[in-house]
Design a protein around this ligand. Structure first.
Ligand code: HMG
Ligand code: MG
Length: 298
């Protein structure tokens, strides 16, 4: 009853780098993304058109989008918070637009400086204009299990916000355990709330691995029919506006598990490891994924 194939969406260049303290040069980002493009990944989230004051590391989003080598069959996406961000993204021909908000009020305010109610009309316009420009739109919903400020988030609250986002016309919704607090029983309750209303192939899971539960949560999601997962090379990542949020589940660790389970991804593990070594050298710091640690020990 497990799916036979899944789609992995690589968010390393965006989620992985947005929290990075040392500044990574535009040229290095481009080199890294170009190497990711050669690994069989079909989706790469390249950067983010948010306010450069809020996320200085990604202030070069336009330069990156303009200069990467686009491989046919790969979708190059970026985060967009508002119409101003959309305009910047459309100028450099982003393939897919990702809007984002949170299920919890306090994280939404901290992250995008708006209440949940204030956010809806802004995103609604973004979705409308993005679709008018012929782009597909991905939605992100953060803090779907726990919020760093408010604690547990009720599945019914997630459904309420998800309903609004789908009614705006998004194509897919990625559910974020932003601070990596979730465990499989909570993932089950969340998906039991959502799956009667939204189809499994419109939902993606985005697990940060703060407490080492991401792979367990992914197995639970697979069992419930989810086939789209976000991950970041080397387990990089975190949300600067969520205290204690650490990296995403590592792409190479996810690939190991899926492939050993007989689930296809179309992604080449050796190529991904090459790409991981590349970003490791650029950052000058050992990556903490299991696969990279195993490689370093051998
Ligand atoms: P704001 O300050 O409330 O915006 O920020 P504003 O509309 O009031 O505008 C204020 C100023 O910002 C104006 O400039 C605008 O022009 C400018 P001024 O007149 O003062 O010179 N501005 C912009 N400039 C460039 N690009 C833009 C833009 N928008 C406004 N797009 C805003 C609101 C949303 C922009 C801000 O809060 C922001 O950029 N937040 C970034 C938050 C962020 O990037 N968080 C991390 C990503 S989300 C995440 O990591 C979670 C996820 O991974 C899933 C998960 O793990 O759960 C996706
Ligand atoms: Mg994230």
């Amino acid at each position: 009853k497990l799916p036979t194939s899944v789609t992995i969406k690589e968010v390393g260049p965006r989620d992985g780098l947005q929290n990075e303290k040392q500044s990574i040069s535009t040229a290095d980002k481009i080199t890294w993304i170009d190497s990711l493009s050669e690994s069989g990944l079909s989706y790469i989230e390249v950067s983010s058109f948010v306010h450069p004051k809020w996320i200085p590391q990604l202030a070069d989003a336009a330069e990156v989008l303009k200069n990467i080598r686009r491989k046919q069959g790969v979708t190059y996406a970026a985060l967009v918070p508002n119409l101003q961000g959309l305009e910047r993204a459309l100028n450099v021909e982003v393939d897919e637009v990702s809007i984002f908000m949170s299920a919890s009020e306090a994280h939404n305010r901290n992250n995008i400086n708006k209440t949940i109610e204030e956010t809806y009309p802004i995103l609604e316009e973004v979705v409308k204009e993005a679709r008018a420009a012929g782009k597909t739109v991905r939605g992100y919903l953060s803090t779907v299990i726990g919020c760093p400020y408010e604690g547990a988030v009720a599945p019914a609250q997630v459904r309420t916000v998800a309903d609004r986002l789908f009614s705006m016309g998004i194509d897919e919704l990625s559910l974020g355990d932003t601070i990596g607090v979730g465990v499989p029983t909570q993932v089950e309750r969340l998906l039991e709330e959502l799956l009667p209303h939204f189809s499994a192939n419109q939902l993606a899971m985005h697990f940060h691995d703060t407490r080492g539960t991401a792979l367990a949560n992914i197995v639970k999601s697979l069992e419930m029919g989810i086939t789209i997962f976000d991950s970041a090379l080397g387990g990089l990542g975190g949300c600067p506006y969520a205290k204690g949020a650490s990296g995403n589940v590592a792409t190479e660790d996810l690939l190991y598990m899926l492939h050993e389970m007989g689930i296809e991804t179309g992604v080449d593990v050796d190529d991904v490891m090459t790409s991981a070594r590349l970003i490791e050298n650029i950052r000058g710091e050992k990556l903490k994924s299991r696969q990279m640690e195993i490689e370093a020990a051998n």
